[in-house]
Design a protein around this ligand. Structure first.
Ligand SMILES: NC(=O)c1ccc[n+]([C@@H]2O[C@H](COP(=O)([O-])OP(=O)(O)OC[C@H]3O[C@@H](n4cnc5c(N)ncnc54)[C@H](OP(=O)(O)O)[C@@H]3O)[C@@H](O)[C@H]2O)c1
Length: 337
């Protein structure tokens, strides 16, 4: 093998921003890219080159790289359907063309490809025929089709399909629920309310996803395969609130409603005016992540574990408490409360 030289896309975003320092710490030479200017906290030795994967020439970006970690993509929290298609499907097609026959092409897909309308055999295995039901899942499945076509043509590709990722640096999904708790605490509520009907969640800590990226890039048995990535804990919405409430000195309350949107927004704006960074996405629906049900929620991780991968962040309460501390230290949440 030649000296490993990684190109990481999406490094102005959440997941790739965590993968890059891990690769550097492991001794990889890294070139990083995103559309926005160089992130301030990127390790100094990383060669950063801004590029739009859809419209820029990608030849120089890919020159000399042995491994591609393709994490750039667009999700429904911030993008229209047209943007999601363009920045997932077209971006992936152009990157594969430009990268050619690298030693490994690791593609970040999503379990949204399985969809929620069609009942699949559960726990869902990677070899099932996906039935994406929403625009994001369709765009991610379209991007995967590009990867599988390249794999047919000889590219040693691996596809990861993670669930909702949380942890330091996350700005959406569980992060928004954590923000909701901070808002209600700042409003003086003693209890954090959650709907009476428990709703099963599926989550993954960023550290485990970063470890999985490195694992499949360096494990021969991973080539040509897709892997679900989920920590296997499946906390219910009640469990999540039971873990979140004490982080804010609150009691969990099953069956309550919490504040309405207007009141939450007023408190949120007050917190921002008092110095909280508006980094975490404020969602009009309170605890939005936990309102969704999915008949295909349970996923098999046998395939990934059969290649020797083990999940490490399996203490959910400790991981959430660390995550809240990180947000406080970075002023993404008020320092106390
Ligand atoms: N976060 C999750 O919970 C989760 C779960 C499952 C799968 N995934 C997948 O994991 C990947 C990374 O997710 P994330 O949460 O880190 O995403 P993110 O924070 O939204 O970041 C997306 C990244 O993609 C870049 N990008 C988008 N379109 C681009 C284009 N046309 N050219 C170049 N760069 C482009 C963005 O660049 P700029 O910001 O500079 O424009 C940004 O760096 C995505 O493919 C996502 O679908 C995420």
């Amino acid at each position: 093998m030649s000296e490993p030289f990684a190109l990481v896309t999406g490094t102005t975003g959440f997941i790739a921003a965590r993968l890059v320092p891990a690769l550097v710490a492991d001794g990889w030479r890294v070139r990083a890219t995103g559309r926005r200017p160089r992130p301030a906290d990127l390790p100094a030795e990383v060669d950063y080159r801004p590029a739009d994967l859809v419209s820029d020439d990608l030849g120089d970006l890919c020159a000399g790289v042995t491994h591609v970690f393709h994490l750039a993509g667009a999700s429904s929290s911030k993008s229209s359907q047209e943007e999601m298609d363009r920045n997932n499907v077209e971006a992936t097609r152009r990157l594969l063309d430009a990268a050619g026959k690298v030693e490994r092409f690791v593609h970040m897909s999503s379990t949204s490809v399985y969809g929620e309308e069609e009942q699949l055999p559960v726990p869902v295995r990677e070899d099932v025929e996906p039935h994406p039901s929403r625009g994001y899942g369709k765009a991610k499945w379209g991007a995967e089709q590009q990867v599988w076509a390249a794999a047919e043509a000889g590219v040693p590709a691996v596809v990861l399909r993670p669930v909702t990722v949380y942890g330091p640096g996350a700005t959406k999904l569980l992060a928004s629920a954590i923000l909701d708790a901070a808002i209600e605490r700042a409003a003086g509520l003693p209890r954090l309310a959650v709907g009476a009907e428990p709703n099963e969640q599926r989550l993954l800590h960023i550290d485990d996803l970063v470890a999985a990226c490195v694992h499949v890039a360096t494990t021969e048995a991973a080539v040509g395969r897709a892997f679900n990535v989920v920590d296997g804990l499946y906390p219910s919405s009640h469990d999540v609130v039971a873990v979140l409430a004490p982080c804010f000195g609150m009691e969990p309350e099953i069956g309550g409603e919490g504040l309405d949107e207007a009141r939450r927004r007023t408190v949120y704006e007050r917190l921002v005016a008092h110095g909280m960074e508006p980094a975490i996405l404020f969602t009009p629906d309170r605890l939005r992540l936990m309102g969704k049900t999915n008949r295909n929620n349970r996923l098999s991780t046998e395939a990934l574990e059969s290649t020797g991968f083990r999940f490490a962040r399996t203490d959910f309460a400790a991981a959430v408490a660390d995550n809240v501390d990180w947000y406080r230290a970075h002023h993404w949440l008020p320092a106390t409360g």
